[in-house]
Design a protein around this ligand. Structure first.
Ligand code: NAP
Length: 273
């Protein structure tokens, strides 16, 4: 296997650590690295790497949507989500695009909060960017009875809600909507290291509501800390990152890998640096 993560920037990516750990653990011959491709250079950059023998690609910001046009086949789920985060190139050079982010999210919830039932109540999604697409799909796939999107820019919430046939509300109404939610998922970049904090008060939440943050740097965001202090179950974003990588590794190697404590520990150490 010769695989890589493509994006811009990719220097901070944890994907090489994850996939190289699994290559070693499962004794699969191969290597996984990180290749920066500038926006506007995607077509040439991808072709050059395929020419160099790469057959597996993780795709990250800003290429997740643009890469769809360069694939020979896009699987139905990636089409529905409108983004690709994994590519496999077959022996004939045929490029297949997939999306595993939604699986990463739902699996991370099942791992961290196994007792949580997605069908138990409405889901409130904060944010309407690229990541929100996979989260909304994942929530629907897991059986959430209703999904409501709140985004700072209303037009984007309206557009995403329209695509997925879900509801949207004004950003100003998010606290009110939170009171009835079975799960709240932060998909905004707010709360991430170096970004402004997420403006969200957990006081209206039902005690049995689940609170997820897909931001993983810091690991315990202010949202998760305040939700836990309020008595809510919480799910960290690192789980999504780890679990989205599993079906990608399986697609490239035939081995469905496990998320081990050792791997999680390695990532946590790297995040501390
Ligand atoms: P994106 O497409 O740029 O979207 C960013 C979203 O955040 C938009 O909805 C934006 O609202 C909102 N936002 C930004 N700053 C905000 C603020 N101060 N207050 C309220 N909303 C704010 O980014 P993305 O690809 O969706 O990624 C979003 C976050 O998810 C990032 O932190 C990323 O690291 C994380 N992520 C994690 C995983 C994982 O595996 N755990 C996977 C993918 C992404 P507007 O529309 O109003 O600008």
């Amino acid at each position: 296997m010769k695989a890589t993560v493509i994006g811009c920037p990719v220097g901070h990516s944890l994907s090489p650590l994850i996939h190289n750990y699994w290559l070693k653990k499962y004794q699969v011959e191969g290597r996984y690295d990180a290749q920066e491709i500038q926006p506007g250079q995607l077509k040439e950059g991808l072709a050059r790497l395929i020419e160099q023998g790469y057959t597996g690609f993780s795709v990250t910001i800003p290429h997740k949507q643009a890469v769809m046009d360069l694939c020979d086949v896009v699987d139905d789920t990636a089409k529905r989500i409108g983004a690709i985060n994994c590519i496999a190139v077959d022996r004939d050079g045929r490029i297949e695009g997939l999306n595993t982010d939604w699986f990463g999210f739902t699996e991370s919830v099942r791992e961290a909060a196994p007792e949580f039932d997605f069908t138990s109540g409405p889901a409130l999604v904060l944010g309407a960017g690229g990541a929100a697409r996979a989260i909304v799909y994942g929530l629907q796939h897991a059986g959430a009875p209703k999904t409501i999107i709140a985004n700072r820019t209303l037009d984007k919430a309206r557009e995403l809600a329209g695509e997925f046939g879900v509801e949207y509300i004004d950003w100003a109404d998010r606290q009110k909507a939170a009171a009835g939610a079975g799960v709240v998922v932060n998909t905004t970049a707010a709360g991430m290291t170096g970004k402004p904090p997420l403006e969200f008060d957990v006081k209206n939440l039902k005690k049995d509501a689940l609170v997820c943050d897909i931001v993983y740097s810091p690991l315990r965001t202010a949202l998760l800390e305040s939700a836990a202090a309020h008595g809510n179950m919480t799910v960290e974003g690192l789980g999504m990152l780890l679990h989205q990588a599993r079906p990608a590794f399986e697609r490239w190697t035939g081995v469905l890998p496990a998320v081990t404590d050792e791997l999680r520990h390695m990532l946590l150490e790297k995040l501390k640096k």
